[in-house]
Design a protein around this ligand. Structure first.
Ligand code: HEM
Length: 156
């Protein structure tokens, strides 16, 4: 089965910069690469990598993005820090793009990992720009913004 057409605009490599904060940590900034890969299946393969401004590897994550109906999305995500998210939500067509709004009301957390209770993700695609936001309820803090990044479609 082929990729649902509503996911097609995301396919490709996206690069840019982001910044992060949380009440328990020092603010930080990073560069980011997101890849949504079409593997001729009804889902996208997702890989994200980030680096410090000096080029040191920071967070990375991987997963699968499904869209079972034209207006719904499901994102299965694995974190190398020992958490696993199953985020579900909506896909809304915009005039020149689309908006994904997802929530993972539960997160599986390994025994040794930092406790993350729930996450919220937003991806707003406008023409060749992708803005990503991530919030989490974690380490005893209620749902609070952690990350924002602005990415451009890469040519390669
Ligand atoms: C762009 C991706 C991300 C970057 C660059 C990033 C970066 C950071 C940094 C620099 C810290 C503070 C230092 C540290 O404790 O290691 C931190 C803390 C943390 N991050 Fe992220 N993070 C990212 C994504 C995520 C995601 C997806 C999750 C959850 C699924 C997450 C959960 C946490 C938690 C639980 C903490 C610890 C807070 C504390 O101990 O008070 N982060 N992150």
């Amino acid at each position: 089965m082929a990729l649902p057409p509503q996911l097609q605009p995301l396919v490709g490599t996206w690069r840019g910069t982001g910044s992060g904060h949380y009440p328990t940590i020092e603010p930080f900034s990073y560069t980011e690469e997101l890849v949504f890969r079409d593997v001729a299946k009804p889902f996208l393969v997702y890989q994200q990598r980030t680096w410090s401004p000096e080029g040191q590897p920071m967070h990375m994550e991987t997963g699968f993005l499904r869209s079972p109906t034209p207006t719904t999305v499901e994102f299965v995500l694995a974190q190398p820090t020992g958490q696993a998210e199953l985020a579900e939500g909506t896909l809304t067509p915009l005039e020149e793009g689309l908006l994904l709004e997802l929530q993972s009301p539960q997160v599986l957390v390994a025994t040794s990992a930092k406790p993350v209770q729930a996450t919220v993700r937003t991806y707003r695609l406008t023409k060749n720009q992708l803005a990503a936001d991530f919030s989490m309820a974690a380490v005893g803090v209620t749902m609070t913004h952690h990350l924002h990044s602005d990415l451009d479609r890469a040519e390669d």
